[in-house]
Design a binder for this molecule. Structure first.
Ligand SMILES: [Zn+2]
Length: 292
C-alpha cells in the first residue's frame, strides 16, 4: 500500500542502477493517468494512484515469470472529456501528450531500453486514443518495441483493430469476441464478478464500487470513507452511460455528484483481488509478446 506515486519506479533508483537494468534487458512499464474529479469520496489523483498500484503488482508478477521490469514515473496530465465540466479535472491537448511521449521514448531508447509497455489509468476514449497515437509516433521515431497493454473491449471501443502491432492484448483476446468482458487490464470495464455471481445489473465505471475498492486496497488513507458509506448507488444503465460519455455538461447532468456506480458496496478485499487479477492478466500478455 502506498500513496507515493514514485514508489518502486525508476525515480527511486540511481543512474547506475537504471543503466544496469537496461543492460539486463528490463522491460519498461509506463502508466498514463489524469487528474480528475472522482466523486465526493475519492481524491483527484485516483487515476494515477490505481495504475501505479497495479504496475507494482505487474512488476512482481513479471519477476515471478523471470522477466525484469522497471516502472517509469507516471504521466498524469491526460485528456478529460467526461469530467470536463467538473472542477479539478484537467485537460491537455492530445498533440502535446503525443509529442511528450515521443520525446520520453527517445530518451529511454538512448538509455538502452528496448521495450515499453504502456497502460492507461483512465477510461476516457480520447485519452486512450491519444496514448495509442503517442505510441505510434514514438515507434516512428525510435526502434523501440512500443505497445499499449489493453483489453479487447477497450480496443474495440476505440476502433483500433485487434491485430494492431502496437497492442498487447490478454492471451486469447487477439480475435474479436462477442459481448462485454467483465475483467479489465485498464479502467475501461466493470470489475469481475465472482464465480457464480451474476454480472451487475447497473454499470459501475467511475468512482463506484470498482475504483473505490482498488483505492481502499492501495491508498485507504485517501478515501473519505465516512462519506463513501453514505453514497447511494447511481443505478444507471447502458443508455445513461452513452449520454455520460458525451462528456462535459451531459456527464455532469447524468452524475451530479461525480460518481457512476455504487461506491458504498466497495471493499478492500475486492480491490486487492481486482488489482491482483488485472496484474496477472497484464503479465501474461507481456510474457506472450516477449515469447513471439
Ligand atoms: Zn478513475
Amino acid at each position: 500500500m502506498s500513496t507515493d506515486i514514485f514508489s518502486e519506479t525508476l525515480a527511486e533508483m540511481t543512474w547506475y542502477e537504471v543503466e544496469q537494468a537496461a543492460r539486463d534487458g528490463a522491460v519498461l512499464l509506463w502508466a498514463f493517468g489524469v487528474i480528475e474529479q472522482h466523486g465526493p469520496h475519492l481524491p483527484t489523483g485516483t487515476d494515477v494512484y490505481i495504475p501505479q498500484a497495479r504496475l507494482r503488482e505487474v512488476k512482481r508478477e513479471l519477476k515471478e515469470r523471470g522477466i525484469p521490469a522497471l516502472i517509469v514515473p507516471p504521466y498524469y496530465w491526460g485528456v478529460n472529456v467526461v469530467s470536463g465540466a467538473f472542477p479539478a479535472s484537467y485537460r491537455v491537448r492530445p498533440e502535446i501528450i503525443r509529442e511528450l511521449m515521443a520525446d520520453v521514448f527517445q530518451s529511454l531508447e538512448g538509455d538502452g531500453f528496448q521495450r515499453v509497455f504502456c497502460f492507461s489509468g483512465h477510461g476516457d476514449a480520447l485519452h486512450n486514443r491519444t496514448i495509442h497515437e503517442g505510441i505510434r509516433l514514438g515507434a516512428s521515431r525510435t526502434k523501440l518495441d512500443l505497445s499499449f497493454v489493453i483489453d479487447a473491449a477497450l480496443a474495440t471501443r476505440l476502433s483500433i483493430p485487434l491485430d494492431d502491432p502496437h497492442l498487447t492484448l490478454p492471451p486469447g483476446e487477439e480475435k474479436p469476441a462477442g459481448g462485454i468482458r467483465f475483467f479489465q487490464v485498464n479502467s475501461s470495464s466493470p470489475s469481475a464478478p465472482e464465480a457464480g455471481e451474476a454480472p451487475p445489473r447497473y454499470i459501475d465505471v467511475h468512482a463506484g464500487r470498482w475504483e473505490s475498492s482498488m483505492m481502499l486496497a492501495s491508498c485507504a488513507g485517501l478515501v473519505r470513507d465516512e462519506v463513501r458509506r453514505t453514497l447511494r448507488s447511481t443505478d444507471l444503465g447502458p443508455e445513461d452511460l452513452a449520454v455520460w460519455r458525451k462528456g462535459f455538461e451531459d456527464a455532469r447532468r447524468t452524475t451530479p455528484l461525480g460518481y457512476f456506480g455504487d461506491p458504498a458496496a466497495a471493499s478492500a478485499d475486492e480491490g486487492r483481488r481486482t488489482l491482483k487479477s488485472a496484474a496477472a492478466i497484464a503479465a501474461d500478455a507481456i510474457a506472450a509478446r516477449l515469447a513471439r
